[in-house]
Design a protein around this ligand. Structure first.
Ligand SMILES: C=C(O[C@H]1C=CC=C(C(=O)O)[C@@H]1O)C(=O)O
Length: 423
C-alpha cells in the first residue's frame, strides 16, 4: 500500500538516511530509500541476471495486481565473479520525485487496521522502528574484526607496480590490434579505527556529489556519475562517460582548460566515442527512436571532469524491455570493459588479478511496471567488515595511454570515497 508522505516532501531525502542498512538511490536529494527486507534473492554466474529476473517475476505474479513493488538490485561485473548479485525488496520505501514524496509499505497480513488513518499511523510507527535498525546483520559481517589502531589506506590485491604493468600489457594488446580499448581497475583497502558509518558516508557523498547517483545496496556503496540505463514510462536515458581529467592538475586561471584538454583532445575523444558506440549499438535494436548528442559535453564533478554524452530513446509501445532487461543487454559497456567487449572481458580477468565483485556492475532499482534506474557501480567500494572497506577505480586504456597518468587518475577517482571516509 502507499501513502502521500508529507514528512519527506519538504526536506532532503538524505535526512532519512538514519540507518546503515538502508537501501539507497539518491540524486539531488530525491530518489528512494528502502528499509527492512520483505524478499531477497542472490545469484552468481552466467545466468545471474536471469535468476534475479525470474524470481522477481514470480514475486510480481504472486502479488496482488494493484501492489506497487520496488526492488533494489546490484549485479556482479563478471559471470566469473564469486561475489553474489542481489535483488532486495524492502519492506518500506520512501520515494521522492519532483518534490512529492510517497511511502510504500508491504504490510504483513497480521497487522490489524480499521481505517486509512489507522493504517497510516501503523506505517509511521513501523517506519520509525525500521529507521532505528542499526543491524549491519544484513551485510553478513563476520563476528571477529580485528581493530586497526588508526585509520589507514593500504594497497589492495593490486599494487601500483602491478597496476602499471597490467596497463602496459593492455597498451601492447591495443598496439598489436587485438583490442581497441581496455578498462583496467585496481583496488585499495581502507581500515578504520571506528566502524564504517555507512549512512554518514552516503550523506557526505550525496551532498558533495550532487550530480551523481548515490547508492547503497547491502555493502556496496558509492556515488556514480554514470547512468547505464534509466527507463521511466516508455523513455530510456543513459549518460555515457569516458575521458577524464583530474581537477587538481588544472591551472587555476584558465576557464577553457577542461574543454581544451577533453573536448579538443584526440585520445579522450577516441576513448569516449568507443563508449558511446558500445551503448548505442546495443540499445538500438530495442528502441523505436534514439537521440545522442553529436558533441559530448564536459561534466564537472568536484574531483574530476569527464567527457559525457546523454542518450535518450523511445521504447516500443508493445512488449518493451524492462529496465532490468536493458541493464543485462547493455552491461558491460566500453566505459568499464573495452572494445571488442568479449575479448576485453577476457583480458580483464587475465590482467587485472582481482575479482571486481559488484564494482562496475549495474546498481539501482526496478518497479513492478518495468521502470527502473541502473547506474554503473563506480566511485565506491564494498564494505567487507565493520572496519574495512575496499575501494575500486579503473581507467580506460587506449593506444596513447600512459601507465603513470592512469595510476594517478585511478587515485583521483577514489578521492570522493577517501574524503567521505575522512582519509
Ligand atoms: C572505470 C571507471 O570510470 C569509467 C567511467 C568514466 C571515465 C572513465 C575513464 O575516463 O577512464 C572510465 O571509463 C571508474 O571510475 O572506476
Amino acid at each position: 500500500m502507499s501513502f502521500d508522505f508529507a514528512p519527506a516532501a519538504h526536506v532532503p531525502l538524505d535526512d532519512f538516511l538514519t540507518t546503515d542498512s538502508a537501501l539507497v538511490w539518491l540524486r539531488h536529494s530525491e530518489g528512494m530509500v528502502g528499509f527492512g527486507e520483505a524478499f531477497s534473492v542472490s545469484a552468481t554466474g552466467e545466468h545471474r541476471f536471469e535468476v534475479l529476473r525470474t524470481r522477481w517475476r514470480e514475486l510480481l505474479d504472486a502479488a496482488a495486481p494493484e501492489a506497487e513493488l520496488f526492488a533494489f538490485v546490484a549485479v556482479a561485473f563478471s559471470s566469473a565473479s564469486e561475489h553474489e548479485s542481489r535483488l532486495v525488496v524492502p519492506e518500506m520505501v520512501i520515494r521522492k520525485v519532483g518534490g512529492e514524496a510517497q511511502l510504500f509499505w508491504i504490510r504483513s497480513e497480521d497487522v490489524p487496521a480499521e481505517s486509512e488513518t489507522d493504517l497510516y499511523h501503523l506505517a509511521r510507527s513501523r517506519l520509525a522502528e525500521l529507521q532505528e535498525d542499526s543491524a549491519p546483520g544484513h551485510l553478513g559481517f563476520p563476528d571477529v574484526d580485528p581493530l586497526p589502531a588508526e585509520d589507514r589506506l593500504t594497497v589492495g590485491q593490486v599494487n601500483d607496480e602491478q597496476y602499471k604493468a597490467a596497463i602496459t600489457s593492455g597498451i601492447e594488446l591495443i598496439e598489436s590490434g587485438e583490442l581497441t580499448k581496455l578498462v583496467l581497475a585496481r583496488d585499495a583497502v581502507a581500515e578504520l579505527a571506528q566502524p564504517v558509518q555507512i549512512a554518514r558516508v552516503l550523506k557526505e557523498l550525496s551532498l558533495r556529489y550532487r550530480d551523481c547517483w548515490t547508492y547503497s545496496m547491502r555493502g556496496l556503496i558509492g556515488a556514480t556519475p554514470e547512468m547505464l540505463i534509466q527507463v521511466i514510462n516508455g523513455t530510456a536515458r543513459a549518460r555515457v562517460l569516458a575521458g577524464t581529467l583530474d581537477r587538481k592538475l588544472a591551472p587555476g586561471s584558465d576557464p577553457d582548460y577542461a574543454k581544451r584538454a577533453l573536448t579538443d583532445n584526440e585520445k579522450q575523444r577516441h576513448e569516449h566515442q568507443l563508449a558511446i558506440d558500445s551503448l548505442t549499438t546495443q540499445l538500438r535494436p530495442y528502441v523505436t527512436h534514439m537521440d545522442a548528442h553529436a558533441e559530448p559535453f564536459v561534466l564537472e564533478l568536484p574531483n574530476v571532469w569527464h567527457l559525457a554524452s546523454d542518450v535518450t530513446a523511445i521504447m516500443p509501445a508493445e512488449n518493451p524491455p524492462s529496465a532490468l532487461d536493458l541493464a543485462e543487454i547493455l552491461h558491460p559497456t566500453a566505459a568499464v570493459c573495452g572494445t571488442p567487449t568479449v575479448r576485453a572481458a577476457q583480458e580483464i580477468l587475465r590482467l587485472e588479478g582481482m575479482d571486481r565483485g559488484r564494482y562496475a556492475g549495474p546498481v539501482g532499482w526496478i518497479d513492478s511496471h518495468g521502470n527502473g534506474e541502473f547506474g554503473i557501480a563506480l566511485r565506491g567500494g564494498i564494505v567487507e567488515s565493520e572496519h574495512r572497506i575496499r575501494l575500486f577505480a579503473g581507467c580506460g586504456i587506449v593506444g596513447a595511454s600512459d601507465p603513470e597518468s592512469e595510476l594517478a587518475e585511478s587515485w583521483a577517482k577514489m578521492r570522493p570515497m577517501k574524503q567521505a571516509l575522512s582519509l
